[in-house]
Design a protein around this ligand. Structure first.
Ligand code: ZN
Length: 183
């Protein structure tokens, strides 16, 4: 299998509120072990791990009007789940919108790291992963998806998300084993 061109993993919204808290669900919890394994394999191979974390300001962020309060800055709900706590070698980028790129330092960080391909993991496939992939594509990155390490509220949203990413951004979805072979 061909190696990925200068990959980094983007871990989207694997936060307490998304997994066990305010908007948590079983499908989010189901991907935790596979995500942990993927991140460990990436670190071992020197592939940067970048967390894109919702960090909302209470009372004013417009996403809160749609989804209710979640991932409020400074609360436990906005912290990465304990199973995936960032290591010293990882990067953490807060965001206030669906996309990890929107008015954050993510693009400049990836450029400084020499990244060309983003591996999308986390929640939710059809929403924040999709918006992050859209901006990654527009900014010139290749996009691939870690299909064992992403999920949505429903199977339909998950499958629809994968299909959309493939159709619009040419983002192929790979298993952990396939990804590790391409690191
Ligand atoms: Zn949010």
């Amino acid at each position: 299998m061909e190696k990925l061109n200068k990959p980094a993993i983007l871990v989207v919204d694997m936060l307490n509120d998304f997994v066990t808290g305010a908007i948590g669900c079983d499908r989010a919890r189901a991907i935790v072990p596979a995500t942990a394994r993927l991140l460990d394999a990436a670190r071992e191979k020197g592939v940067p791990v970048v967390y894109c974390n919702d960090a909302h300001r209470p009372g004013i962020d417009r996403e809160l009007q749609i989804w209710g309060d979640h991932a409020i800055i400074g609360t436990p709900g906005a912290e990465v789940i304990p199973e995936l706590t960032p290591k010293a070698c990882d990067y953490v980028v807060p965001k206030r919108r669906y996309s990890g790129f929107f008015q954050t330092e993510l693009d400049i960080l990836l450029k400084e790291l020499g990244v060309h391909t983003v591996v999308i993991a986390g929640l939710h496939t059809h929403m924040c992963c999709r918006h992050t992939s859209a901006d990654a594509y527009c900014l010139g990155y290749d996009v691939v998806v870690a299909k064992e390490a992403t999920n949505s509220f429903t199977e339909e949203d998950y499958q629809g998300g994968l299909a959309y990413l493939k159709t619009c951004y040419g983002a192929d979805a790979y298993t952990n084993d396939e990804l590790v072979a391409m690191f």
